[in-house]
Design a binder for this molecule. Sequence first.
Ligand code: SAM
Ligand code: SF4
Length: 474
Amino acid sequence: MKFTPEKLSIRDERMKPFIDPDEIWNIINNTTSDREKVRSVIAKSLDKQRLTLEETAVLVNASDPELIEEIKEGARELKKRVYGNRIVLFAPLYVGNYCSNNCSYCGFRSGNTEAQRMTLSDEEIVREVAALEDNGQKRLILVYGEHRDYSPEFIAHTARTVYSVKKGNGEIRRVNINAAPLDIEGFRTVGKSGIGTYQIFQETYHPEAYKWYHLSGKKADYEWRLTGLDRAQEAGIDDVGIGVLFGLYDWRFEVLGLVRHTNHLEACYNVGPHTISFPRIKDAAALDLDDRYQVSDDDFKKLVAILRLAVPYTGLILTAREDHDVRREVIQYGVSQIDGGTKIELGSYSDIKNNDQNLNREQFRISDERSLAEVIDELLDDDFLPSFCTACYRLGRTGEHFMEFSVPGFIKRYCSPNAALTLAEYIEDYAGPELAEKGWKAIERNLATIDEKIVGDLKDRLQRIRNGERDLYF
Ligand code: SAM
Ligand code: SF4
């Protein structure tokens, strides 16, 4: 049954807050962890079953270094089984940094009077997207502050503008959004522009801690944010992304919060989140935080592995906030998407503003500043298959249907062949000779992992790409 917005507050049980901090702390404090338990939880996960909060707590509470290694090994193995060796690539595009909220961790906060504010005009969006296409990007996430100027109509308009830009063989085939929570009508408006995933990070799932960082503005309403993606689902956006900003509260609580949110979405909409993001706080202009809850590199690596095991079918996104070395290691523990060639200063892909690093034009400082080509080069060295695939979303394999992912053979039948086809396009259009050679060798090697029923067809399509055709997919 669908609900009209005006009746929501009284009628819709699904929109009720679903986080009980005492319950989560009780589970963490009362769950013991030993070798036997850890191993049986890892085994359940390798059987591709989602973990309960209690089982997740068994992993969270494991402290023996050997057991932590086993957790990481389990995550590595599960990633191979569910996702194969492909890594999907994307880039963020910051559209506007006006913001009426005052989140104490963010350079765009209203209290940062030094911030240089800007909203890209249509023309500037076109220039930015053309520059991104020239680098070989096919998937973008558009990012916005929360401001009255960034209405659902505006967000929809900017997404359509991005899709309209075609430069050479370049085009953006999937536009995801990271913006403030909307009401149901607002989500409907944005959904009609053909977006992929709508991401909203809860920042912290702990209601009290949430208040420490969000003193004013609309974002101060914890529940409005927590139920944002329920409204998105209600509006027909069935690809949603959740996330936590690690460093605001105890990471163990946040991991269970993410699992609880996943349970909630699955129970209510038959489909869990499409992706989970786990940014750690980075330096930002006018940063106003203590480091009580700062997450160490070791805990960060452990928590990514735990998330992989806890939610086997949910994509994990790792961004350039992390430095090169951390990224290179953590990718192995189950990450499915990373950004490459990232610039987060407004207008910087096409040099609308001169390109010196300036924290007052950035939301925070990124750590991995490599170009897309460099990121691809290293992925190939590490035996990953870089992918720009957008096939599922364009063929309607989204939301509930995305659970088909669990159908045996899905990777061999769709993900790996589509990774090969999109990498081949990248090689033909954007790679230098050395990278091209390395890329073709990787495609050749990976043919052995593809469903034998379609290998012939795939080879034929790869040849068609060499002959100049584009946008072929299964
Ligand atoms: N303004 C919208 C919002 O807050 O939901 C969307 C965009 S916000 C620019 C994207 C995300 O960046 C936030 O949800 C937060 O998790 C993250 N972020 C903010 N400040 C950060 C910092 N200093 N370091 C790392 N990530 C940060
Ligand atoms: Fe604004 Fe989002 Fe930054 Fe908060 S995190 S100040 S809402 S841009």
